[in-house]
Design a protein around this ligand. Structure first.
Ligand SMILES: C[S@@+](CC[C@H](N)C(=O)[O-])C[C@H]1O[C@@H](n2cnc3c(N)ncnc32)[C@H](O)[C@@H]1O
Length: 211
């Protein structure tokens, strides 16, 4: 009986996580990133989730190096996605918790994150920008995908309802305003964001450090 339970638990932990939303948006994100990327980009990702974006983008662009990061309980799922992708240009995921002061041995030319800023509290949003600015040198980029408010207003009823749902489960979370993010980005040394409209009322925001 004891053996049976152990085996069941071990099988459960082997299940590969899958985020349907990442499957839906990975290709449009790749297409939007293409004109923004330089050759041989070294990309550090915050809040990689399952690792589906890392695997899709890195398998399409063999000349980049991708460093995923996540909270510790997500790392084994990302490892499974990387192993199944067969990509040699994705590094093993590293543990990174935005509620702590973040550092990394990886030296990126670009930082990337998707759908994280509305999940974590504002202090962690600040840490993501601070950490990105400290890792990137001149001309480095920070690119963040997700839903945003513009001029304090939601861009769709769906985003407004999503924001209410987020804040009712965690009052520190919620959809961020582009102007507030721009202010934060400028404070840590980035130029004003380039804004790219994406499907389903999302946007890709691209900040650059001056060269
Ligand atoms: C909505 S998911 C997005 C995942 C993935 N980027 C995507 O687009 O599919 C938000 C992610 O933020 C991560 N996250 C939450 N709190 C975090 C923290 N304190 N530090 C780093 N990541 C965190 C979660 O583990 C989760 O994977």
């Amino acid at each position: 009986m004891g053996l049976l339970i152990t085996k069941t638990v071990s099988l459960m932990t082997d299940i590969k996580p899958c985020a349907p939303s990442a499957d839906r948006n990975k290709q449009v994100i790749l297409q939007a990133l293409l004109p923004l990327l330089s050759d041989n980009e070294r990309i550090f990702e915050f809040g990689s989730g399952t690792g589906q974006h890392a695997c899709h983008i890195a398998s399409a662009l063999q000349n980049i190096i991708w460093q995923p990061s996540e909270l510790s309980d997500k790392l084994s799922g990302i490892r499974q996605w990387i192993a199944d992708s067969g990509c040699s240009n994705i590094l093993p995921p590293v543990e990174l918790d935005l509620s702590l002061q973040c550092t990394s041995e990886f030296v990126p030319t670009m930082c990337y994150s998707a759908n994280t800023l509305h999940i974590v509290g504002w202090k962690m949003v600040e840490e993501l920008f601070r950490c990105s600015a400290s890792m990137l040198s001149g001309d480095g980029k920070l690119i963040i995908y997700g839903p945003y408010k513009v001029g304090g207003q939601h861009t769709s009823d769906g985003n407004e309802a999503f924001d209410e749902q987020l804040r009712s489960s965690d009052p520190l979370s919620g959809i961020r305003d582009i102007a507030e993010l721009d202010e934060l980005a400028c404070d840590v040394g980035f130029l004003k964001a380039e804004i790219i409209d994406m499907p389903a009322n999302n946007k890709l925001l691209a900040w650059r450090k001056p060269g």
